[in-house]
Design a protein around this ligand. Sequence first.
Ligand SMILES: [Zn+2]
Length: 88
Amino acid sequence: MIRVTLDLTCSICDHDQFFLPVRAEEIQQIRCANCTAFKCYSADLENTMIALNRDRNSRDSSSRDSNSRDERHPSRKERLRQDRANAA
Ligand SMILES: [Zn+2]
């Protein structure tokens, strides 16, 4: 397992560091580095990261000169929740 800081937060403790599996034979699950709750499967995380990057890229290209855009958009956590709801 490797410990990494991700652009995600734990749904339980809001921590942003996670343990990722590095070997194929390890269980493909992401664990919070703080409370050790299982965050999600790595495949789901990958999809989440792709969705976040796509979301961020499209927004950056349309409002690159805005410094206050974070205030106008839902928090990172709310966006994650929306992504899950959309995926379900
Ligand atoms: Zn946690």
